[in-house]
Design a protein around this ligand. Structure first.
Ligand SMILES: *Cc1c(COP(=O)(O)O)cnc(C)c1O
Ligand code: SF4
Length: 419
C-alpha cells in the first residue's frame, strides 16, 4: 500500500513555531487563511512582476488560502498545479467576450434564494457563500468570496419551505460556497431539518475541505454526519499532488462512517489537462476510497478563461482511461450547458455503425467488433409493480418522445410557427 507524506509545515519559516495542536485545528487554519500579499510572500517566492500583478488582481478578486494548502505549493515554481489553483493571476482580469457572470443560469433557475432547481428530482442548496479557500477557477465566483455570508435565517426558511412544498424533490445537494465552513451545530440543524422532510431520500454534501482543509473532518463531525444517512459527500481533488496523508486520513474518517465519497474534478489548463496526470489522479483517488464521479469542462464564468481547455482534451482523457484502467476509476466527462441545460456527457465514439440487426463497436484497443441484436426485442412488460405508479407520471424531454407522449420537441420561438 502506498504511504502518503504529511505536509511538513515546520519547513516553512512562517509556521515553524505553530503548535501541532493549532495546526491540526481547522478553526486555527480557517482563522489564519492567507489573504494578503505580505503573508503569501513569506511562504512562496514571488518575483517583482508577479507582485505588481497580484496587487492589481487583489483589488478586484479576493484571495484566501488555508495554511495547509499553501504548504503544498512549490516555493519556487510559479506554474505549479497547486499554486495555480490558489494564487491569483493577472489573467483573471482579462476580458473575454465569451465570459458570463452566471453561465449556468443558476440564479435564473432559482425559485428562492439559495436553491437552484434544474433537474426534476433534485436541487442544489447553497447554504453559504463562504469557502475556506477561494479556488481561482471557481465557477461560482460571482457569489463565492464576494461577500462573506451564510444564507440568512429567512432565506433558509424559504428554502426549506420550497423543498417541503415539492414532493418530487428526493435528493438535496448541500453546497455553497463550502457547507463545511459551518460549525457542526448549524450544519446539523440543516441536515436535521432536511431529514425531517419525508420525501427527501438522499442528502449529498459538496465540500472541498478534504482537499484544502482536511483538518475539518473531525471525529465529532463524522459522528454527527452519520446520523443523517443515506448521506454522500462529493469533494474536489484536481491533481495527485493534493493527496497527502492529511487528505487521505480525512477521507478515511468519512468512509469509515459509511459516507460514500465521490470526486468532481475540473479540467484545468496547465493543472491537469493531461491523460497521465488524470490517470494517476483517478487511480490514487480509488486508493483513498474516493470514486471519481465527474470531470467538468471548465465553464464560461468571468475571469477563468486562462484555465479553459478544448472539450477535445477531455475526450482524449476519457479515451486514455476507459479500458486502460478499471471502470471504477473512470468519471463521466461533462459539459455544463450554458443557459442552464445541465450536465451533458461527452465521450469518444464507441459505436461505429449500425444496421437493422447488427451494431459495429470498437473497444479501447481498436478492436472492431459486432453485436447482433435479438430478433424479438419487445419485453413482455406491464406486470411488475414498479411501473404501476411510475408510468402515469409526466415525463420530460427526450424521454417523452421515446414514450410516445409527444411526436417532436421544438423551440418555443420557432420562426416558421409564427408565419
Ligand atoms: C450538478 C447539479 C446537480 C446534480 O447533478 P447530478 O448529476 O445528480 O450529480 C443538481 N442541480 C444542479 C443545478 C447541478 O448543477
Ligand atoms: S471550494 Fe468550490 S465553491 Fe469554494 S471557491 Fe473552490 S470551487 Fe468555488
Amino acid at each position: 500500500m502506498k504511504e502518503y507524506d504529511s505536509v511538513n509545515y515546520r519547513d516553512v519559516p512562517l509556521f515553524r513555531d505553530v503548535a501541532e495542536e493549532d495546526w491540526n485545528d481547522w478553526k486555527w487554519q480557517f482563522r489564519n487563511t492567507i489573504r494578503d500579499l505580505d503573508t503569501l510572500e513569506k511562504i512562496i517566492r514571488i518575483d517583482e512582476d508577479e507582485e505588481r500583478d497580484l496587487e492589481r488582481v487583489l483589488q478586484t478578486f479576493r484571495m484566501s488560502i488555508t495554511p495547509y494548502y499553501a504548504c503544498l505549493m512549490d516555493r519556487e515554481y510559479k506554474r505549479g498545479s497547486v499554486r495555480l489553483q490558489g494564487v491569483p493571476s493577472i489573467e483573471e482580469l482579462a476580458y473575454d467576450p465569451d465570459d458570463h457572470e452566471d453561465p449556468l443560469d443558476e440564479d435564473v433557475d432559482s425559485p428562492v434564494p439559495g436553491i437552484t432547481h434544474r433537474y426534476p428530482d433534485r436541487v442544489l442548496f447553497m447554504v453559504t457563500r463562504i469557502c475556506s479557500m477561494y479556488c481561482r477557477h471557481c465557477t461560482r465566483r460571482r457569489m463565492v468570496g464576494v461577500q462573506d455570508e451564510h444564507l440568512s435565517t429567512r432565506s433558509m426558511d424559504q428554502a426549506f419551505a420550497y423543498i417541503e412544498d415539492h414532493p418530487e424533490i428526493r435528493d438535496i445537494l448541500v453546497s455553497g460556497g463550502d457547507p463545511l465552513v459551518l460549525d457542526d451545530g448549524p450544519l446539523e440543524a440543516v441536515l436535521k431539518r432536511l431529514r425531517g422532510i419525508d420525501h427527501v431520500e438522499i442528502i449529498r454534501i459538496g465540500s472541498r475541505t478534504p482537499v484544502v482543509l482536511p483538518q475539518r473532518i473531525t471525529g465529532d463531525l463524522v459522528t454527527m454526519l452519520r446520523r443523517y444517512h443515506p448521506l454522500y459527500l462529493n469533494t474536489h481533488f484536481n491533481h495527485p499532488a493534493e493527496i497527502t496523508r492529511e487528505s487521505r486520513d480525512a477521507c478515511a474518517r468519512l468512509a469509515d462512517a459509511g459516507i460514500p465519497l465521490g470526486n468532481q474534478t475540473v479540467l484545468l489548463r496547465d493543472v491537469n489537462d493531461c491523460p497521465y496526470i488524470m490517470k494517476k489522479l483517478v487511480q490514487e483517488l480509488l486508493m483513498i476510497r474516493v470514486k471519481p464521479y465527474y470531470i467538468y469542462q471548465c465553464d464560461l464564468s468571468r475571469g477563468i478563461a486562462h484555465f479553459r481547455t478544448s472539450i477535445t482534451k477531455g475526450m482524449e482523457i476519457i479515451e486514455n482511461l476507459r479500458g486502460h484502467t478499471t471502470g471504477m476509476a473512470v468519471p463521466t466527462f461533462v459539459v455544463d450547458a450554458p443557459g442552464g441545460g445541465g450536465k451533458i456527457p461527452v465521450m469518444p465514439n464507441y459505436l461505429l455503425s449500425q444496421g437493422d440487426r447488427r451494431l459495429v463497436l470498437r473497444n479501447y484497443e481498436g478492436v472492431i467488433t459486432t453485436y447482433t441484436q435479438p430478433e424479438n426485442v419487445f419485453s413482455d412488460c406491464g406486470h411488475c409493480r414498479i411501473c404501476e405508479d411510475e408510468r402515469y407520471k409526466p415525463l420530460d424531454g427526450v424521454a417523452k418522445l421515446l414514450a410516445g407522449e409527444k411526436l417532436y420537441l421544438e423551440p418555443a420561438d420557432l420562426k416558421r410557427r409564427r408565419r
